[in-house]
Ligand binder design. Structure first.
Ligand SMILES: [Zn+2]
Length: 225
């Protein structure tokens, strides 16, 4: 047990935390792109995390609170491995038709589930279906959340085809872009090795949304990108 403890300690001190490695990437100087995955955690999320770890790239997960409660260990692992975790509400309802207190409940319950799983504060949220308005954005601000949308959506949930999803990502990729995908779509996870390989070949640094925002960070109540 003592040997094991010492080994764990030496590993902990010799390995730079993933977040620090990511912090060294300056997106004002190099070509960055943020891959984002919504609606999880799901049964393919661990496979995706294995791939991201192998390729040493970071992503952003906008997770649904009720699924975080079902699989907190997956979300804990994603956070520990340097990925950014965002709030995608508790039960994935379209927010604009809801009453203010219902929107607040949706945001708070998801943040609580994520914070219980990861031990980290949640600073960003993505509205389900991208449905939002000034009222939703205002409430997000009151909940200390920045709103994160995207520059390109793959429509992977509709394509359900490895080759088409890969082609969509490569077509949408651009410097400082934010690509929307779903780790709940098996073909998206299957397409990721080839996508990551090609994006690296094209010179992209794959970073989290906060890393893309750089030193100025994400401001609560503001919509990005
Ligand atoms: Zn969603």
């Amino acid at each position: 047990m003592v040997v094991h403890g010492l080994l764990a300690l030496s590993l902990a001190t010799s390995v730079l935390p993933a977040a620090d490695i990511q912090a060294k990437i300056d997106c004002s100087k190099v070509k960055c792109l943020a891959l984002t995955f919504d609606d999880g955690p799901g049964k393919h999320t661990r496979t995706l995390l294995d791939l991201l770890k192998k390729e040493k790239v970071k992503a952003t997960f906008f997770v649904t609170g009720k699924y975080v409660e079902e699989s907190p260990s997956v979300v804990r692992r994603a956070a520990r491995e340097g990925h950014a975790i965002g709030n995608h509400t508790y039960s994935h309802q379209s927010l604009p038709p809801l009453l203010a207190y219902e929107i607040i409940d949706e945001m708070r319950a998801a943040s609580t589930a994520i914070e219980d799983a990861t031990g980290k504060r949640v600073r960003m949220f993505r509205p389900p279906y991208g449905h939002t308005d000034q009222r939703v954005l205002g409430i997000a601000g009151e909940q200390d959340l920045a709103q994160v949308l995207w520059t390109g959506t793959t429509l992977d949930w509709s394509l359900r085809d490895v080759k088409k999803i890969k082609a969509a990502v490569l077509r949408l990729a651009r410097r400082d872009g934010v690509i929307l995908m779903h780790d709940t779509v098996p073909q998206t996870v299957q397409a990721m090795p080839a996508i990551v390989k090609e994006l690296k070949k094209r010179g992209y640094h794959l970073v989290t949304v906060p890393a893309l925002a750089g030193a100025k960070g994400l401001e609560a109540g503001v919509s990005y990108p």
